[in-house]
Write a new protein. Structure first.
Length: 321
């Protein structure tokens, strides 16, 4: 069992509990507020509490760390963890810039530890079903993809970091990266940006809504992300059919459904997928990669691709008045 230590008591870290782990065991929790760490440990039956992130990283009985900290802290703590021989699972986006992720990749490679960027959506069965429909030719050649993930940030209680530009906030980093990564997940060619419109920015320059269009080989992709409206769906359209998946991009543990339409067979079907915890599956996959010494699908190379595309959007996006 790979012994995992969690840096911080972020709400997302609470989602790794509720289903059994096969390859990993959560061994420790660290926080700048030791009382909060103790409460977290009691609630989730974690055996060890650390008074600082550095103390957890230095402990020889911790094999790997999960980093759910704000984005601007990812690089420093990844470098510290790798230097201590710890494998690293870091929340998306893995870093604030390509320069940072390149440094993280180099240090992890130097110390022979696994680096993985966390994309929990990749561990939901429904999305693998869509990928198989794309890759086995059921839909024909994919010509159009529409991906939208947005929520009304005023409904969330703990979202200050999402509106902090210095901490890597903004809708592109928080949600747009999922759409960009989804193109890679489907196995489409590397996308080229056609245009991007960044709207509703705050006075501090935090992007609140962005629309991007990409060309990935023969596929035209439209991706929207934002903090100002509510959307959670994607549609993949091929020469012979289409599939639509509503409401399944978040990590909520609930039933999911996809709508499949194969035009040339006039076949329509709804496929229902039972509730599952993608965060537990993600942590087990990470631990399995550590055990086997192999590169995760969302390893450093994939993270670097994602950040390069995000930087392209920021460099070339239009900002209408």
């Amino acid at each position: 069992m790979i012994r995992i230590g969690i840096l911080g008591t972020a709400s997302i870290a609470r989602l790794f509990f509720g289903a059994p782990l096969v390859h990993a065991r959560i061994e420790g929790i660290a926080s700048r507020d030791v009382n909060r760490a103790m409460e977290f440990a009691r609630h989730y039956n974690i055996p060890r509490v650390f008074k600082s992130y550095d103390a957890l990283i230095a402990d020889p009985e911790i094999d790997a760390v999960y980093i759910p900290l704000p984005q601007h802290l990812h690089c420093d703590y990844t470098v510290k963890a790798a230097g201590a021989g710890k494998h690293v699972l870091v929340e998306k986006p893995a870093a604030t810039s390509t320069a940072e992720i390149e440094r993280m990749i180099a240090v992890c490679r130097q110390h022979d530890v696994v680096l993985m960027e966390a994309f929990m959506y990749r561990f939901k069965t429904i999305h693998h079903r869509v990928r198989s429909l794309v890759q086995d030719g059921t839909l024909g050649e994919v010509r159009y993809l529409d991906f939208s993930w947005s929520f009304n940030i005023r409904k969330l209680v703990r979202s200050a970091f999402r509106l902090d530009r210095m901490a890597g906030g903004g809708a592109i980093n928080d949600l747009g990266i999922y759409g960009i990564d989804f193109l890679h997940f489907l196995g489409l060619p590397d996308p080229v940006l056609i245009n991007a419109t960044i709207m509703h920015e705050t006075p501090a320059g935090v992007d609140m809504f962005t629309h991007m269009t990409w060309q990935a080989g023969p596929t035209f992709a439209s991706i929207t992300c934002g903090f100002t409206c509510d959307a959670n769906y994607y549609t993949v359209c091929g020469e012979m059919g289409s599939v639509t998946v509503p409401g399944s991009l978040s990590g909520r543990i609930r039933e999911n459904i996809l709508h499949l339409h194969v035009l040339h067979k006039d076949h329509r079907a709804d496929e229902i997928f039972p509730p599952e915890n993608p965060y537990v599956k993600e942590l087990d996959y990470f631990a399995e990669c550590v055990e086997q010494g192999r590169e995760p699908e969302t390893g450093g190379a994939n993270a670097l691709r994602n950040l390069r595309l995000i930087e392209t959007v920021r460099a070339h996006g239009q900002h209408p008045a």
